[in-house]
Design a protein around this ligand. Structure first.
Ligand SMILES: Nc1ncnc2c1ncn2[C@@H]1O[C@H](COP(=O)(O)OP(=O)(O)O)[C@@H](O)[C@H]1O
Ligand SMILES: [Mg+2]
Length: 465
């Protein structure tokens, strides 16, 4: 990762520096060239004025020793080769004495004959870079001849190359230092990642209490916080799982120990009294029932965990469900001489998973009957409030202390373990009810006073989304 960062960064820098170097080189060359063009053009125009009259005479077609000497002297003076042609492109004078009398077909001469000034840059093997500058010689606005000045650009190219060379050296040195800097920078950047890797490795070895500490104030910090939050959640889930397994084992062991104790007593029993056997065996049967209850509730729990997102939602009459439940529970209530009553304030039809909601309500009403002494009262009420269907279950039973209230929805929690054993409770009923109602985006609330009774409110939203 570090090397990738450094090399990508360097590659970008090198490309950028190269582009800048080429651009600077070109610009410098163009500036020099423009300077040179202006300088030569000024000279050409001066010469053009000087030789106007000469070209106006009729001698223009012949070789003129005097004229050629004049041009040669002028050429020496300005340090460039000068060629003069007439309007038929025939060379009248050449400071190098090479083309006199010949016809020249350079494109610059062509365009100057058309009245324009022209330039051309050429690279000859023997001379190097050369600039051609041509201007027309105008007499009464008519082109009578052309001046072609050719000048070496070698000095300019040399200078430009020198500048490029210096730039190159500066660039290489800069890149070297940038590389060193980039390396340290990348080191600095990848440091938090190293930390992450270290912590992730530790977590893989089940050290879920590990947290990353990142002191930078950038995305790494945000990532670190998100990561820590995730690990906390994982840790929490893991602890819940451990607690759950421990609780389940404990809950299963208690009835098993009882069964073992009872059966051992029976084995060592010398009595012939059949009633004692019957009593012990019925105790064993009730312990087995208890085991069954626990396992049934556990299975419901596992199903709820598994099917979290698979609610079988159907528009259902809550009144109808309640009627069914209450008539079923009446048997239990009658056994305990408890007066179980039901009041419908509204008739409510909402989308619910009917089986699951029934299970939840049964658990709440079952508690109300279970934790209310003989001749008590349980009232089930249905009404609508704030777009919620509310099922209120009120009893005048033993009540729940303030401290216990916050735990009653926890798995396996029972306020009074010994009493609850007699009543066959598993401590899972409310936790199941709570989960089911939560799946329906609802809630369960409790009000209770020890000795006076408890009221449970099961609230389910009317429009589940
Ligand atoms: N209506 C109630 N009155 C008094 N205590 C209650 C009532 N409902 C629940 N509780 C207390 O909350 C505990 C948890 O309830 P629940 O999860 O249904 O377990 P259990 O299997 O013991 O009924 C019960 O053991 C009991 O102590
Ligand atoms: Mg219960």
């Amino acid at each position: 990762m570090r090397w990738k960062l450094v090399s990508t960064y360097l590659l970008l820098v090198i490309i950028l520096i190269m582009v800048i170097n080429i651009f600077i080189g070109q610009t410098v060359l163009n500036i020099y060239l423009d300077e040179k063009k202006i300088e030569i053009l000024t000279k050409a125009n001066t010469l053009s004025n000087n030789i106007k009259l000469y070209l106006f005479t009729d001698r223009v077609l012949e070789f003129d020793e005097y004229f050629n000497r004049y041009i040669t002297a002028y050429s020496k003076n300005i340090g460039s080769r000068v060629i003069i042609t007439n309007k038929y492109k025939v060379v009248l004078a050449d400071s190098n004495n090479e083309y006199i009398g010949k016809v020249l077909k350079h494109k610059e001469i062509q365009s100057s004959l058309a009245g324009k000034t022209d330039f051309g840059v050429y690279n000859f093997r023997e001379y190097g870079h050369v600039l051609y500058t041509s201007v027309p010689v105008l007499i009464d606005n008519k082109t009578e001849g052309v001046i072609l000045i050719s000048d070496s650009l070698n000095l300019i190219y040399e200078k430009t190359n020198q500048i490029s060379y210096s730039l190159m050296i500066i660039s290489v040195i800069s890149i070297f230092f940038i590389a060193i800097l980039a390396f340290f920078f990348a080191n600095f950047l990848t440091k938090p990642i190293k930390k992450f890797i270290e912590i992730i490795n530790r977590i893989s070895y089940n050290q879920l209490n590990q947290r990353v500490k990142i002191n930078t104030k950038d995305e790494f910090k945000i990532m670190g916080n998100a990561f820590n939050l995730m690990i906390s959640k994982l840790n929490q889930v893991d602890n819940q799982r451990k607690d759950f397994v421990a609780n389940v084992s404990h809950e299963l062991r208690t009835p098993l120990s009882s069964i073992k104790l009872l059966s051992q007593s029976l084995i060592h029993q010398n009595e012939k009294d059949i009633n004692i056997y019957k009593e012990f065996l019925s105790d064993i049967t009730s312990e087995v029932d208890r085991l069954n209850n626990i396992i049934d509730d556990l299975l419901i729990h596992v199903d709820l965990d598994k099917e979290k997102l698979n609610l079988n939602l159907k528009t259902t009459s809550i009144n109808f469900i309640l009627k069914k439940i209450v008539s079923r529970m009446t048997v239990l209530a009658v056994k305990k001489n408890i007066y179980l009553n039901m009041i419908f304030r509204n008739s409510i039809e909402i989308k619910v998973d009917s089986n699951k909601i029934q299970q939840a309500i049964i658990n709440v009403i079952d508690n109300a009957i279970k934790y209310t002494p003989q001749y008590g009262k349980v009232l089930v009420e249905l009404y609508e409030k704030n777009n919620l269907a509310v099922i209120k279950v009120k009893d005048n039973g033993i009540g729940i202390s303030k401290d216990s209230l916050e735990h009653i929805f926890d798995r396996f929690y029972r306020v009074d373990k010994s009493r609850s054993r007699n009543t066959g409770g598993t401590g899972l009923g409310l936790s199941i009810a709570y989960q089911i109602v939560l799946l329906h985006q609802g809630s369960i609330e409790v009000e209770s006073k020890v000795g006076e009774g408890s009221t449970f409110y099961v609230k389910i939203p009317k429009n589940l989304n």
